[in-house]
Design a protein around this ligand. Structure first.
Ligand code: ADE
Length: 427
């Protein structure tokens, strides 16, 4: 193996980590049966031949399985990370050593982050794959000369869809985007079960604290927040939910959680986890009310939910006490601890969602990419806009997942089908 960390085709932290990364990718492959079955199904036909795919999505072992599937189906691929702290350097090294153009390392500065995206765009992608819409936005804003060759893109996360829909409303979105984020076999599993478990994992790796006996404040009770609340309760925590929307607030209460405004929750919480997709959910004003030793972290896409800068402003001292765990001391002597700089704690402090759930998310990515590729050059080309993946795709992914788990389900009989489509039979 070479010893170069940077060539014309990739830039990673340490290419010597490739062997470790390869073992992890093999582990992920073993736990991603749906994606691997699709790889096996399409590998000979090469339906992505002649296509260039550019991705900006967390460089993890699960993403590597997706990237190598795209390559095996014939695509030329270039990839960057979509968060400064989420790249797993051994995985990036393994991808680079395997011939993928990967530009990613943990701890990129903002400038380096966009340098990596620039290199992905240098590939002149026909299809873009985003997690948070940074690639698609940057392409529209700064590299318009490469827009013409794009046939479409896929977006992995809710925050990205919120941005894309805003671009669409403003008339700025110039190509079709598949909303993988809203597929049921993505959102109902990845967002709930994946984030729930990986958030606990991240907090535990950065703190090793006990949840039982503590009060856990979860900000936001959407898919992500509800998954986190359930897992925190499962570990014995007393969970408090904060919300701005009356409906999820009511659901949280009915599901047995206390619900209160953040200013109240700030006084009682031991651990605070944001999952809202919004900005300044926890600020210095809240931190000033918190108990000594409160732990703050975020599981939303961007690092805007915990206003770390405002907490730093009211602090007299700051030091790292464990990996991804920074202690801020206020002038009163009280301390709070911020995990992973307020970035995605599940990816920055741990390895992100488990492979089993990313299996469904990335099967959706692959099927959406195949559908865009299948339309290319045909009359069925989509207009610019944000598109749902469709129930057929969800049904296929769910069926394949059940099959991989050796779970059979019942079938409607002819009589039941007739009953369900008729209106005549009542009391
Ligand atoms: N998002 C959350 N977890 C992830 C993972 N394991 N890989 C890629 N993206 C993710």
């Amino acid at each position: 193996m070479g010893t170069e960390n940077e060539t014309a085709n990739y830039k990673v932290k340490d290419i010597a980590l490739a062997k470790e990364g390869r073992l992890k990718i093999e582990w992920a492959e073993r736990h991603m049966p749906v994606l691997m079955s699709l790889r096996a199904k399409y590998k000979q036909k090469k339906p992505l031949k002649n296509l260039r795919i550019g991705g900006c999505l967390h460089v993890t072992k699960e993403t590597a399985v997706l990237v190598e599937t795209l390559r095996d189906l014939g695509a030329k691929v270039a990839w960057s990370g979509c968060n400064p702290l989420s790249t797993q350097d051994d995985i990036a090294a393994a991808l680079a050593a395997g011939g993928i153009s990967v530009y990613a390392w943990r701890g990129v500065s903002k400038e380096e982050y966009y340098w990596c995206i620039d290199r992905v765009i240098d590939l002149k992608p026909n299809i873009t794959v985003d997690d948070g819409a940074d690639l698609v936005f940057y392409l529209h804003e700064k590299r318009q000369e490469h827009m013409a060759s794009v046939i479409g893109g896929c977006e992995e996360t809710t925050t990205g869809i919120v941005r894309l829909k805003a671009m669409e409303r403003a008339g700025l979105l110039k190509y079709p985007m598949m909303s993988v984020a809203e597929a049921k076999t993505k959102a109902d599993f990845d967002n709930i079960w994946g984030t729930g478990q990986s958030t606990m994992d991240g907090i535990l790796r950065s703190t090793n604290i006990m949840f039982a006996g503590k009060t856990i404040v979860v900000a936001g009770y959407g898919h992500v927040g509800s998954g986190i609340a359930a897992r925190a309760r499962g570990l014995g925590g007393n969970v408090v939910v904060t919300e701005v929307d009356p409906l999820p607030a009511l659901t949280a209460r009915m599901e047995g959680f206390q619900v209160m405004p953040m200013k109240e929750a700030a006084k009682v919480g031991d651990i605070f986890i944001t999952a809202t997709g919004c900005t300044k959910v926890i600020t210095a004003e809240h931190a000033a009310l918190m108990k000594d030793g409160a732990i703050l972290c975020n599981s939303g896409h961007f690092n805007v939910e915990v206003d770390v800068a405002s907490i730093e402003k009211i602090s007299s001292k700051k030091r790292e006490v464990r990996p991804n765990n920074v202690e801020y001391t206020f002038r009163s002597g009280r301390k709070v601890f911020v995990l992973a700089e307020g970035r995605l704690v599940n990816l920055a402090s741990a390895e992100g969602h488990p492979s089993e759930v990313m299996d469904m998310s990335f099967a959706n990515q692959l099927l959406s990419i195949l559908s865009l590729a299948g339309r290319a050059g045909k009359k069925e080309k989509l207009d610019p806009g944000v598109y749902e993946v469709g129930w057929e795709q969800d049904a296929l992914v769910a069926r394949l997942k059940l099959e991989s788990m050796e779970i059979a389900i019942d079938k409607l009989t002819a009589e039941q089908m007739k009953y369900l489509s008729s209106y005549g039979k009542g009391t």
